[in-house]
Design a protein around this ligand. Structure first.
Ligand SMILES: [Zn+2]
Length: 529
């Protein structure tokens, strides 16, 4: 039995509730209360004592939507996300190319023209100037678009006569020439030409990601990776290999992209099956793209592109048949829906084929959320995965894309919570920084930094509501609200210890807190206390 004491332990049972100490046995909290009382009751059985030294313990932070292997790749690959101009990106690629043998792929991640002084899309010809000997593939920050040079385009077998695949666009210039910009499903054409990910590569990426997640105080994550790295089995095996439940404990909940559901079934696996720490989750379906690349699917046209409504990834028949397929396998669905039309189509489909298992469907992002959609959703088995950091990243450019009237009901986290909708908080890493404190700060502050403009002040969350998104919210999303997300007898011993008390901070200081210890299943996975 282990005793934790010596600092405030916030239970998250309700706002402000804390205890002095807890005892843990076999990965579960046995009792909580005053240190002396726990000593008196359990002194015979306590084998290990952990002094918090005045630091502050919370239920373990869980990211409700991210891509763990993608995050690991971001740690491996050329990171373009902090660059401030096209020239800076090009310069970095030139240096990178000089070190790589001819023929090897140059892979860059996270470029975002919206944070450049001169926002423009880099042209294929510019990439060819960097190298014609290396294929180049550069993912946009949203992962809904990529850039490719001529070598990559040629390897992909794409030329000016190639038709757009359904749900994707091969962008061409006025003369009809492919300009190197590939949207949504058209990205697959380029990606298929890349060398396949090996098992060793996947375990390496997963290990890097997990170490980084522990450092950020994360004890779990709901992640979507299984369809992108050489098949279901290899990717699933990479997770179970790395998260062995001994040296590495982490609560991984893996969403299953619809294209690999049959492969999952073939392995004899199903919803909420797996190992003690790695379990399979809902069927992931994309309804649309993202606002940045104008591929989020809207009810009314984009404010800065008349006549353009975004991209529906599937036609209605295919979309509903996917939901039916999930029901056939007794799976909830997890639908990526950013635009209001995508949300409408998603809600219609889950309404038409309701879940009968007592579990919950989830809508990921729900960024444009007309208030008239909300009231029918109260008490329905559906949760909303929100990414508060998008507010800090998407404003102000998003205002031009969607216009003032739609903006009123976009990123409306407070309205959603007050309407009784269950919300969970995630980063969508590698799209945003993985640090959950940045998400909490963005949810409370709604601005990019202390001197910046606040967007939609009325949608600011309290610090308690923000912390709840990443604790109770993430637990509720996958039906574990009676054993995760709080610190109480019977709950799992997953904890995040920070060097300070979030609830007494000024909101702009939330992300200044430093992770001291990350504990999963009662075992210390990371410690700098
Ligand atoms: Zn995502």
């Amino acid at each position: 039995m282990k005793l934790w004491y010596g600092g405030k332990i916030y239970t998250m049972i309700q706002e402000g509730d804390w205890v002095e100490a807890i005892v843990v046995r076999d990965g579960r909290v046995i009792a909580s209360g005053e240190t002396q009382d726990l000593y008196d009751t359990y002194k015979e059985e306590i084998e290990e004592e952990y002094d918090l030294k005045g630091h502050v313990m919370y239920p373990g932070f869980v990211d409700s939507h991210l891509h763990i292997i993608g995050h690991g790749e971001r740690l491996i690959r050329l990171d373009l996300s902090f660059m401030k101009s096209a020239e800076e990106v090009i310069q970095a690629l030139k240096q990178h190319a000089a070190q790589l043998p001819d023929g090897q792929w140059i892979i860059g991640e996270g470029w975002n023209e919206n944070q450049w002084e001169d926002p423009r899309i880099i042209h294929r010809d510019e990439l060819d100037e960097i190298s014609q000997a290396h294929p180049i593939m550069l993912s946009r920050v949203c992962r809904h678009a990529l850039l490719a040079n001529s070598k990559a385009i040629q390897l992909a077998g794409v030329d000016d006569s190639t038709h757009d695949p359904y749900g994707g666009v091969i962008v061409k210039d006025e003369s009809g020439r492919v300009n190197g910009y590939f949207h949504e499903k058209a990205q697959e054409l380029i990606k298929q030409a890349m060398p396949p990910a090996t098992f060793d590569y996947l375990t390496h990426a997963t290990e890097l990601a997990l170490q980084n997640m522990y450092q950020n105080g994360l004890t779990g994550g709901h992640t979507e990776d299984l369809n992108y790295y050489g098949g279901f089995k290899q990717t699933y095996d990479a997770f179970t290999h790395v998260i062995d439940g001994k040296a590495c404990k982490f609560r991984a909940h893996l969403l299953v992209h619809h294209e690999v559901v049959d492969d999952m079934v073939k392995e004899g696996l199903g919803y909420k099956q797996g190992t003690e720490f790695v379990e399979l989750g809902a069927m992931k379906i994309f309804a649309d793209g993202a606002i940045g690349g104008r591929t989020a699917w809207l009810r009314e046209a984009y404010s800065d592109q008349p006549g353009h409504f975004g991209v529906a990834i599937h036609d209605e028949h295919k979309f509903t048949s996917l939901v039916q397929q999930a029901r056939h396998h007794r799976m909830p669905v997890a639908i990526h829906a950013i635009g209001d039309q995508a949300l409408k189509a998603s809600l219609k489909a889950v309404h038409q084929f309701p879940l009968t298992t007592g579990e919950r469907d989830r809508i990921i992002h729900a960024q444009i959320f007309p208030p008239e959609f909300m009231s029918p959703l109260k008490n329905r088995p559906i949760i909303f995965d929100i990414q508060p950091a998008f507010v800090a990243s998407d404003f102000p450019w998003v205002m031009e894309r969607i216009g003032r009237s739609r903006l009123k009901h976009s990123y409306s986290w407070k309205t959603m919570i007050d309407a009784g909708l269950a919300c969970a908080g995630g980063s969508d890493a590698p799209i945003e920084e993985i640090n959950p404190l940045l998400g909490m700060r963005a949810a409370v502050e709604r601005r990019a930094g202390p001197d910046q403009k606040i967007y939609q002040e009325e949608e600011q969350l309290s610090i308690y509501e923000a912390v709840a998104l990443y604790t109770k919210g993430s637990a509720y999303a996958i039906g574990y609200e009676l054993e995760r997300g709080q610190i109480a007898p019977g709950f799992v011993a997953d904890f995040t210890v920070l060097d300070r008390d979030l609830f007494t901070l000024n909101s702009h200081e939330l992300a200044d807190a430093v992770v001291s210890t990350t504990i999963v299943d009662g075992d210390v996975m990371y410690n700098r206390l």
